[in-house]
Design a protein around this ligand. Structure first.
Ligand SMILES: *[C@@H]1O[C@H](CO)[C@@H](O)[C@H](O)[C@H]1NC(C)=O
Ligand SMILES: *[C@@H]1O[C@H](CO)[C@@H](O)[C@H](O)[C@H]1NC(C)=O
Length: 208
């Protein structure tokens, strides 16, 4: 019994020398009690030990956990991190056309592809055009300083047309997605936001 407990603990430890990353500006969704409730303690432990770690280790941990509720824990969207765990102060309010500066912590690089998009959290479908795409050459090198600054600090423009779909925080996320093609590992980090309503007065003023 001791042996199986030790093996279970070992299975929870993150493997070494893998690529890792996270959005640090604006603040991204953290782990919390809703993650434990919906994804299970194993997923929570893996993420809290290293919140920049990859998705592929998580399905196995989730499947071994009685708490895992696939309807509420989508590991392939924001790594299963839950809107309810994101403090209100982290929720961004954006307007169409606004420029949003992002900073990525690329703790351990691994060259691959990446993108940034708005995702509808109910359907896990990208909404509209990708806001940013690197179709190769993302996060090369051995340490963070090898990664071009433009891949770690850049801006996206809040698209038009999200005013209804993304009016309520939690319905959409801004997701940074990265896949290390050599390591075959996926990283996801999400910012919660709501699109501010455009006042009817302004719209009329514009069109008249
Ligand atoms: C990620 O972990 C670092 C510590 O390693 C911590 O400073 C940071 O607040 C965490 N961020 C999130 C979004 O969980
Ligand atoms: C962009 O990100 C999505 C995840 O939201 C991923 O499934 C897709 O393959 C990526 N596409 C490109 C062109 O990078």
């Amino acid at each position: 019994m001791y042996v199986s407990a030790a093996a279970a603990l070992l299975a929870l430890l993150p493997p070494l020398a893998l690529s890792h990353g996270l959005i640090t500006t604006p603040p991204s969704r953290p782990a919390g009690p809703s993650l434990v409730a919906n994804c299970g303690a194993g997923v929570n432990t893996a993420i809290t030990q290293d919140n920049t770690s990859y998705v592929e280790q998580l399905p196995r941990l989730a499947a071994a956990d009685k708490a895992y509720n696939p309807a509420k824990c989508n590991l392939w969207l924001c790594k299963g991190l839950q809107f309810a765990d994101n403090p209100a102060a982290n929720i961004q309010t954006w307007r169409a056309g606004q420029t949003v500066p992002l900073k990525i912590w690329l703790r351990i690089p691994h060259e691959g592809i990446a993108n940034v998009s708005v995702v509808d959290t109910k359907s896990n479908a990208v909404v509209g055009e990708m806001l940013k795409v690197w179709d190769r050459g993302y996060a090369p090198g051995k340490s963070e300083k090898d990664v071009p600054l433009a891949q770690r600090e850049f801006s996206v423009t809040v698209p038009e047309g999200l005013e209804q779909k993304c009016a309520v925080a939690g319905d959409c996320v801004l997701q940074w997605w990265w896949f290390g093609t050599g390591a075959k590992q996926t990283y996801e980090s999400c910012v919660d936001f709501a699109i501010a309503a455009t006042s009817g007065y302004k719209e009329r003023a514009f069109t008249s």
